[in-house]
Design a protein around this ligand. Structure first.
Ligand SMILES: Cc1ncc(COP(=O)(O)O)c(C=O)c1O
Length: 426
């Protein structure tokens, strides 16, 4: 197969005619597909519906009658134990919340802004506040910091994690930098896992700002697609070893384990941070939904059962990821017009097109009836400097829909790339 860059004008023109015909044929089918949504399909959520049968009016509450009432602000002890085991810490470091880890992240930024962490100056009283954003990253993280008027700085994300040289230089010298967004295991959207070396360097940071925090969003900590997998190093214990325990807030939730929107979210942090957070939380609420916490604990009972549950989910998700990757391989390998990640877990594949092509590819897919995540979404302010990163979300469509959508996607990649190369010859 000849790389597009090696083709002359005539070859590209004839290819363009051929691809345009194929595109118009697909367009006439009137497809209505969506590869934008990073959420589970019903088959996946169905695996967890039995959760709803466990804690009901027949449940013997015995010693747990208080779970039906207000109180127990940091979560029921069983839930603290369960999440502590997942995050490899101890229950006293845990706070168990309501249904969404994103809400906890929003709250933490909000508290930094209005009240400050551990007696530090609230950010609203500072002239400038900055945050580091490894890119590509999760658009909702960036939306939170943008919402508070925090200046965001792009940090390149490599196969083993973000650019640590750049992070150390910035964080250790600029007091305005108050935090960084990190998805250390199966990052959204590249699916990369931070190496041990990267985690260790994070734990050894010597920030100029006393209230600098790692926003360590371990949303995909148990979301392995294959039995053999790597596990990101435990940031909490690494930070403790380096006398840096207060620099990390670690988040996770069961949103993509059980039922998105009806799961349980948790935070792990140092004892000092926990005390500080609870002093604010006690004003904010009288206790989260402890019955949902109990439901989840009764359902999983032990973390080993969680592993079995995640293997069942992987059995549903794996064929979808593999279908996309097979089509990418078959249609695009050797053409020199794109690269893609091959994640071992999480929810996304990242596609990198030729520069200045991502917006056009997404637009062409849309015109032919397939919605993708908006161009620029994985970047602060929605601006992809190279206009080349596209987030692919294989989890929601059926396998058949996904194959159709991916075939169309690869066709649009070819068509837009040919057009770009031709325009550069003019
Ligand atoms: C990295 C990351 N964090 C958090 C979330 C949302 O989590 P929650 O439902 O617990 O708010 C998502 C959802 O896609 C995500 O990808």
């Amino acid at each position: 197969m000849k790389a597009y860059q090696d083709m002359n004008r005539e070859e590209l023109m004839s290819l363009h005619t051929d691809l345009s015909k194929q595109y118009n044929n697909i367009k006439s089918l009137g497809l209505n597909l969506n590869m934008a949504r990073g959420k589970p399909d019903f088959a996946q959520t169905e695996l967890s519906l039995a959760i709803l049968d466990i804690v009901n009016s027949h449940y013997d509450f015995g010693e747990k009658m208080e779970y039906c009432n207000y109180g127990i602000l940091d979560g029921i002890p069983e839930a603290k134990e369960f999440f502590a085991e997942i995050l490899e810490t101890t229950p006293e470091h845990m706070i168990i919340y309501g249904n969404s880890s994103l809400t906890i992240m929003f709250d933490q930024i909000s508290r930094g802004y209005t009240h400050g962490y551990l007696g530090n100056t609230p950010w609203c009283q500072l002239e400038k506040v900055k945050f580091l954003c490894p890119v590509p990253g999760y658009d909702r993280h960036f939306a939170i910091t943008e919402h508070f008027g925090i200046e965001m700085i792009n940090i390149p994300l490599y196969e083993d994690g973000p650019d640590m040289d750049m992070i150390e230089k910035l964080v250790n010298n600029d007091e305005c930098i108050k935090g960084i967004w990190c998805v250390p295991q199966y990052s959204n959207p590249s699916g990369i896992i931070y190496s041990d070396e990267v985690v260790k360097r994070f734990s050894q940071l010597q920030p100029a700002a006393k209230d600098f925090r790692l926003f360590w969003d371990n949303a995909y900590i148990v979301h392995h697609l294959y039995d053999e997998h790597k596990q990101v190093l435990n940031i909490l214990s690494e930070c403790e070893k380096n006398d840096n325990a207060d620099i990390v807030f670690e988040f996770c939730s069961t949103s993509k384990i059980t039922l998105p929107g009806a799961g349980v979210a948790a935070l792990a942090t140092s004892l000092a941070n926990k005390k500080d957070i609870l002093s604010h939380m006690s004003i904010q609420c009288i206790g989260h939904d402890k019955l949902n916490q109990l439901r989840h604990i009764e359902y999983f009972n032990k973390v080993e059962n969680l592993d079995i549950h995640m293997q069942k989910q992987a059995a549903l998700l794996r064929p979808k990821f593999e279908a996309v990757l097979d089509i990418f391989n078959k249609e695009l390998n050797g053409l020199g017009i794109g690269q893609w990640t091959k994640p071992l877990g999480g929810y996304f594949i990242t596609f990198e097109s030729l520069h200045n092509c991502a917006k056009d590819i997404i637009e062409k897919c849309k015109e032919a009836g397939t919605i993708l995540t908006s161009a620029g979404a994985p970047f602060p302010y929605g601006k992809d400097p190279l206009d080349s990163t596209i987030r692919i979300a294989p989890s929601y469509p059926t396998l058949e829909e996904l194959k159709q959508a991916t075939e169309l996607f690869t066709l649009c990649v070819k068509l837009v790339s040919v057009e770009k190369l031709l325009s550069q010859m003019n």
